[in-house]
Design a protein around this ligand. Sequence first.
Ligand code: ADP
Length: 477
Amino acid sequence: MKKILFASSETHPLIKTGGLADVAGSLPLALAALGQDVRIIMPNYQGIKNCEPGRYLCTVRVNNCDVNLLETRLPDSDVIVWLVDYPPFFNFPGNPYLDEAGRPWPNIGERFALFCRIIVEVATNRAYLDWHADIVHCNDWQTGLVPALLSLEPNPPATIFTIHNMAYQGLFPGSTYAQLNLPGQLLHPDGLEFHGMLSFIKGGLSYSDRITTVSPTYAQEIQTPEFGYGLEGLLAHKQSQLRGILNGIDVSVWNPANDAYIAKPFSVDTLKDKQINKAALQQQLGLPVESETPLFGLIGRLVEQKGIDLVLSCLQEMTTLPLQFALLGSGDKSIEYRLQEFARLYPEKVSITIGYDERLAHQIEAGADIFLMPSRFEPCGLNQMYSQCYGTIPIVRKTGGLADTVVDALPESIANGTASGISFNDASAAALIEAIKRSLVLFHNRPVWKKIQRNAMLKDFSWQNSANQYLALYNEI
Ligand code: ADP
């Protein structure tokens, strides 16, 4: 049994801004089910909810700050969560990275440097918890200083650093280094320095024993200039330590046969009941209730990464095709505005919901026929996996985790029973609209469409497989 300290800046359902929280709320549970002793560590934000209030454990002094450690658990489980409680940094409204007005926290570097220092104290059993980690599993730049600081310790625990998105690196002006009072021996081009700046993510990449990212294809992509953001050379250099392990999905939450949010649960054997969910969704969104009109769904952050600009470029033409489109998301204000304009002009065809709404997300996954996910890059992506479980055929761009989880419906894959979606290569509106038209042809070929739905719904995206791969990695180091 390994003692694993799982460090993350967000954990579902306590606090979530994206897929990292889903991983932090699921992988430790799957590892615990494999008999491992896993503890999660995260900051004690004001916005934390859905857990018992943290019980005070101890106070640890780092960098002249007295920091409390509190203990709670993931809901309905025995997995311990240690909350790093330092009110001057974390007791504010807002999310882990942005204030209430959507501005990055001005002291975000100080916040996560303090978090990293506490992780080091806990991992090395200097926090009076009588627990010494074998493995520290760090996630994204917010925990990047941990492997670097641990490298200065005698007999440090082994470290894994998982990249959930290379686009976020924790880059700060060089002067921040002295302000954070970090040890001088780490500041060099093979350490935390990146072109004269301080890079938190480089701490994870340069000093950890293993680097993972959340899909095999993304592990290859980040070794190229297009996806590596200047760190492709370092990643290529460390490729023997770099692994891609797909995220799983929480099948207790995302299971059409047992989903309390949807009008009528269904399974691969009762696929006709998907129609009931489609009709309920159409009615709820004010779209004409038409069973033969394919309903396209999209859920996600409205940012360039998600290829939402490609969707916007296609929307005019989509309104001329026999289809409906339901979108749920929030993000870039100008994108939100342009999408809402389409809904205003074409209320019979387009429904746009701006906001974050878990219930509606489930209802779209259950009720839509086709799911759009034309991401420019996608480290892993979750919605394309949810979609397949719900028999909602995803249209994806062939990148990152989308390439690894969706099998394009071509004559060969249809014949051999592996087709589970539609994929296209170019990040262009022309390629997306062609894929949409291809899906319309397939949709109206009912026997083939049903076959693709069955293939998709029978795929196993549970965490168990991923957790076994992580465990094999922990045992390697
Ligand atoms: P990313 O982490 O890049 O945002 P992922 O696909 O990996 O993308 O994960 C996004 C998660 O957030 C999914 O669980 C998705 O359903 C959820 N999500 C995103 N936007 C919304 C929204 N507006 N309402 C409800 N859920 C959302």
